[in-house]
Every structure is written in structure tokens, then in C-alpha cells.
Design a protein around this ligand. Sequence first.
Ligand code: AMP
Ligand code: ZN
Length: 500
Amino acid sequence: MTDQHSLKIYNTLSGKKEEFKPITPGYAGMYVCGPTVYSDVHLGNCRTFCSFDMIYRYLLHIGYKVRYVRNITDVGHLTDDGEDRMAKGAKVQQLEPMEVAQRYTVGFHDMMRIFNTLPPSIEPRATGHIPEQIEMVQQILDNGLAYERNGSVYFDVPKFATQQPGVYGSVSGRILDDLYAETRELKSQEEKNHPADFAIWMKARPQDIMVWNSPWSVGFPGWHLECSAMSTKYLGKTFDIHGGGNDLKFPHHENEVAQNHGACGCHPANYWLHTNMLLLNGKKMSKSDGNTITPTELFTGDSEHTSKAYSPMAVRFFMLMAHYRSTLDITDEALLAAEKGFLKIMETNRLLQSMQVNARDFDGSETESDRAILGLVKDAYDGMNDDFNTAIAIAALNEIGSYVHKLANKQMDASEVSPWVIERIKTVFSTFLFDIFGLRDETTSGADSSTIEGLMSLILEIRGQARAQKDFSTSDKIRDALAEVGITVKDGKEGVSWSK
Ligand code: AMP
Ligand code: ZN
């Protein structure tokens, strides 16, 4: 485990950065609210899922065994007009709701693969967990924190707030009196005792098509309930991390907390993490407002908002350049700058990985540059341990990169950086770029960069042997053949290097 104990996470519940202390040492349970699969994911959704992917990857890197649960919402998420998003999608597209769910789940998975995110450990669907949700409604009713009205069941928010003061509002910071008529779920407002109450089970109306039997009516679960039921099932009543976008704090996460307390009397997660919004033209990117760019539009350049196409990894790098809790405005200039930064850091990495240092030239003592470079490695880790600050980590890697370029251009003498420090930063670069940031070197088109590096070191070793035997015709043949495929081999004082 690397630096595991110094990880600090900003917890929405306390409004502070806190040292991460998992319930079981060495294990981390993380639940992230997944997409509602009624249309294509937009880039804002991708930002949130890429941010949690980076968090998942970092937890794995520092040695945690992580159970990462991310759900698929395929029922119960209503529009502001009280219509089920899935059923609405089905009506518009003349499909079965399950066809809609399948189509956009597949599309979502494809997009997550394009962005090189790791699949979660468990990806439960709301429709696959109706019995668990019905059971939770019953528990909340048994605990006296919900009431039935005409076949629907509502969570009694004022009663809960009186019984367990300080809990309702702990995620969103909202005060009960401010919550009148603020819910995303407007159906049957008149049935509720209080406007802040929310449905945990809804009786179906004639037009509803995704319905199940329950003790109260033929109907469907409220949207918030699925996350309470599925996180409890797969991670336990209380687990470590719960995540989602900022816009889910209220009502979704607030109501989730209330439901978990209502069912089992305990808080679901110890750390609540919220990613900030991706903006377009200074406004939240949102499907319902039509203020969106789809990832495909960005990758093909087919968007009125951009001047050209951007690759998935340049876009991922663009997202990583900002801290996950900062808003991020997508503009053509910012994407151009990110693309430049991405290409540069990949080029630096290739240069670094190809460096062959000759240990004989060093006397074993630590040089001033060694200390500076190792300080920058520490800065990169400190950045990540300070609430996953990828922006700081990237800045530190770029500073290390300037040493790499100086060495390669001979602005610095090879003896100024010890061989073991070069080896260390080779590992640091590939670990950060590929394992933690989840980037891919797109210039290696198809083959992953470690394969190319392996092949190159083998080819250069064979060439080195030929040169040692004064077989210059073979060594030149290798160099020329590599040049033909765009790889330049340099024979320097400090060894052989290659670049693409
Ligand atoms: P939805 O499919 O609407 O439930 O959203 C899926 C996830 O994307 C949720 O965690 C949202 O908070 C997140 N999300 C939605 N819009 C944005 C945005 N503009 N920027 C970042 N995350 C977003
Ligand atoms: Zn959720």
C-alpha cells in the first residue's frame, strides 16, 4: 500500500476534507449513482463517471480492495411532468421500455469503454431489484416513517425530521421550511401530508406501463428508493463512499439518506462525494435544457461549439486538468489547450521510457536534480491524496517532464540525474498516466504503449549487440527500418533513445 493513510477526501456531510478511514481496513465500498438509460449520455454525465473512475483507480492504486457499485436507473425516474423517463422514451421511439433501457445501457457501456473507464464491480438495475425495494418500503412503514394514501406510499419527512433532528438536510444543507414544492416528483402532490414528503411507492395510472404488484397497489418504486435498496444489498447498511453529481444532492441523495435511516436507523455512507458540473456556454450541460454536446459530436468534430474533432483521450485529459469539485466550462480554446497538453505529456512519456541510462557514469550519491525530481513525485502524490487533485498531479508531472526534455536535448548533463531516479520516474509516469488517470497513448494506434515499449527495448537491445560486434550494417538497417515507420533512434553519450 502506498501512502494510503494520508488520503484526504472532501466529505459533503461535514463540508470539510477528512482523512479517509474505511470501515474495514484495506477495503473500500463505493456506490455511485449511474445513468438513467432513456437517451444517449452527454458529456456532463461522462465527466461525472470519468471522475469516479479516476477515484476508483486511485483507491486501487494505493492498495485498497474496492467494491465499486454503479447502478442503472431503468424505472421510476420521473420527468418534471410526472412521467416516467423510460416510458416517455419508449413512447417517443415506439419501443418497449426494456428495449429503450437495453439500447441506452449498451450505448453507455460503449461510451465508458471509449473513455477507457474500468467497469464497476457490480452494476445493478433498478428493475432487477423490485422485491428489495418493496421490502424497504415495508420496513419504513413498519417504523412509522411512511404512510399509505390511495395505493401510493409516501415518506413522512416532517416526522423523520422531528424524530432524528439534523439528519434531513445533512447532504444538501437545505432547511425543511425551504423545501415546499421543490421536489422533482410532482405526481399526486395533493395526496401528501406535506409538500416535502416524497413517494417511495407509486400507484400506477392507466398510462403507466412499467408496473409491478405490491401490497399497496400495482405500481412502481420511487426513483430514490432503488439506490437505498441496492447499496444496502451490495455494500451493507453503512458503507464507505457514496458518489454522484452535485445536482443529485437534492432531492435524490437527501431522500436516500432519509430512506436508509427510515428502514434501518443508520446512515448509509460515511463519505459523500459530489462532482461538479460540466458547463456549456456557462450553463450546466443538461439533456432536458437541450444544452448538450454528445461525446460523438466532439469526437467527429460535428458540433457547432467546436472548431475540430477531439480524441476521447484528449477530452479525458481536459476533464482531468480540473479538480473534480470545480465547475468546468467546455470551450474550443480549453479543448485545444488540453489536446496540446495531452499530446505533450504522452510525448514526454515516450521519450522518458526510451531513455537508456548508463549506470557506470554515476557515483551513487543523490544529486540536486534527483532531490528536485523526487520532490515533484511527492507533489504529484500529495495532490492526489488531497482530495484527488489531478490538476496538481498533472502540473507536477509536467515539471518532471521539463527535466526529461532537458536531459534529452542535452541542456542538462546526463550525470545530473541518477539512473535509479530515471527508473523511478518511468514507473511514476506510466502509473499516473495509464493506471490512475486512465489515459491511453493514442499515437500507438491499437497496440498499448507498454507493448510498444517492450518491443522497442528488444529491438534496441538487438541493435546494441550488433554494434558491439561492429556489425554496423545490421544496426543501420534497424535504424533505417524504424525511421521508415516514423521512429527516430538517437545514439547519445548517455545511451540510446527513441522517439516517435
Ligand atoms: P442522469 O442520467 O441524469 O441521472 O445523470 C447521470 C449522472 O451524471 C449523475 O451523477 C448526474 O449528477 C451527472 N450529471 C448530469 N449532468 C451533468 C453535468 N452537466 N456535469 C457533470 N455531471 C452531470
Ligand atoms: Zn442514486
